[in-house]
Ligand binder design. Structure first.
Ligand code: HEM
Length: 145
């Protein structure tokens, strides 16, 4: 009886070990994976920045901004915050936004555009909330008036 059970357990362990690579490949475990990895984050950033640039509440802030480089910086930043293999190498949030005169209404408008972009790309709510929870504490470095 003992050998039967041991044999079964051992066989189950072998089957589990063989299946593991497939389950981890298909299970959308990490927030980074839930975003669709780097390509999914890039797609969210494209949508998000598109909404920002056509949002009359805040588009004027970006009148002289290099948009491709903004998109690339945001992609790295979001990827890093969601646990992906990326590093945001740009300046600190306080030095980037110093002097722009961002107020709370503008901050909230931008966040609503980000949520719209994530919804449009069908990002699961848990992953959306995780990113928002990482960005929320940055408000004190971005809002200056
Ligand atoms: C959580 C909210 C925000 C995050 C995470 C964020 C992040 C960033 C990042 C990563 C950059 C690029 C930095 C670089 O590489 O040079 C950037 C630039 C910029 N952000 Fe934000 N930002 C936020 C909120 C806002 C808000 C609310 C506004 C204004 C409504 C704003 C206006 C700008 C502008 C105008 C630039 C470009 C500055 C330039 O042209 O040099 N940001 N932001």
């Amino acid at each position: 009886m003992r050998t039967v059970r041991t044999g079964f357990v051992r066989r189950a362990a072998v089957v589990a070990a063989l299946l593991l690579p497939f389950t981890s490949a298909f299970a959308k475990n990490t927030y980074y994976q839930q975003f669709g990895e780097k390509a999914g984050i890039r797609a969210v950033v494209n949508r998000f920045v598109g909404y920002v640039l056509s949002d009359s509440r805040i588009s004027h802030y970006f009148a002289t901004t290099d948009i491709p480089s903004l998109k690339s910086a945001l992609t790295d930043q979001f990827c890093q915050e969601e646990g992906g293999p990326c590093t945001y190498t740009g300046p600190s949030m306080s030095s980037v936004h110093r002097g722009l005169g961002v107020n709370e209404a503008a901050f909230n408008a931008l966040v609503s555009d980000l949520i719209k972009g994530m919804d449009r790309q069908h990002i699961p709510v848990a992953a959306q909330n995780n990113l928002l929870s990482k960005l929320a504490p940055m408000e004190s470095q971005i809002v200056t008036r």
